[in-house]
Design a protein around this ligand. Sequence first.
Ligand code: NAD
Length: 363
Amino acid sequence: MMKVGIIGCGNISQAYIDGIRRFRNLELAGLADIDRKAAESKGAENSCPVMDVEEMLSDAAIETVVNLTVPKVHAEVSLQILKAGKHVHSEKPLATALVDGENILKEAEAQGLRVSCAPDTFLGAGLQTCRKLADDNWIGSVTGGTAFMMSMGPASWHPNPFFFYQDGAGPLFDVGPYYVTALVHLLGPVKKVTAVNTMGTAERIAGHESVKGRRISVETPTHLSGVLEFHNGTVITMVMSFDVAAHGHSPIELYGTRGSMKVPDPNTFGGNPEIFTTDSNSWFSVPWSHGYGTNSRGIAVADLAAALETGREQRCSGKLAYHVLEVMHAFGKSSASGRHEAIVSTCERPAPMAAGLMDGDIV
Ligand SMILES: NC(=O)c1ccc[n+]([C@@H]2O[C@H](COP(=O)([O-])OP(=O)(O)OC[C@H]3O[C@@H](n4cnc5c(N)ncnc54)[C@H](O)[C@@H]3O)[C@@H](O)[C@H]2O)c1
């Protein structure tokens, strides 16, 4: 069993505490937070040891630390973890600046350590079933597709909506990692991005009871419209927006030479894939071929432990997360330059999951 510590005991931490305890190859060894009270409260709720960050980093028994801090300090905290000689699994994005993402990968390589990064939703039943359908050639060779995450954003309902509208957030950096990672998992790495970014309004009004009526200054594009060209030739039209009241599109659709596929929301582990084949001339829903269809956040940490055991690459690799980060940055670069932006980094498609696993197991 791999001993795991968590740094960052906010909203998402409970899902990770439950997730880590679900897998037989992981042991939750401690919780830490810059805000000691946040760690103490989570520790008490979950009967888990609480430590200071420094104490966790100097605990030789802890092999991997999960970084659940806020995006602007992801890089700083992940580097701290690596410098302490521990593997890291970070929440998304890997970093906000590309250069910081690069530094994390370099540090890990220099130390012989692993970097794993969210999202891990693509290891769930919905996306793994889509992967099997694509690999088994149900829709033939994929020519094009769409990826849409469009809503009015979190201004009306989130208790702390302000940061979503600041630089380094917006719909692309907040939710885009789920979509781009799912696409790379299905289609392989991205070659070029072309995009135009804009915003609906320069100000929003907060709606949650605790902040009702407060003005939110919009400092980042909230409507990003791009085209991703993949190395395998597929062209995906992608829109990430906090400026859409309603629409009728699926989260992701793929169009192949033999049919089409509706891919479920990549921000979940489940959802039912739908397939249209030219042979059947109709849409049908496809049952899951794989497990982990319920919230399985933390499955990437179990995958990292299994990867260390056998020496294989972890599926949610730092290299994949860096590639996704570069693709997201290319939206802004292309919008500013008016040109196609070539993606310099690349990565392998992560290995598909095994089917028929018992809950709590991973190989
Ligand atoms: N909340 C969600 O539903 C959700 C879903 C998916 C992913 N995420 C991602 O998870 C991460 C955390 O999100 P959250 O909603 O839990 O945030 P949060 O603000 O609720 O919690 C973050 C915690 O990190 C701590 N922290 C901040 N800087 C630190 C530092 N330097 N050292 C130690 N601790 C520090 C804070 O004190 C806080 O307790 C983010 O990257 C977010 O994008 C969140």
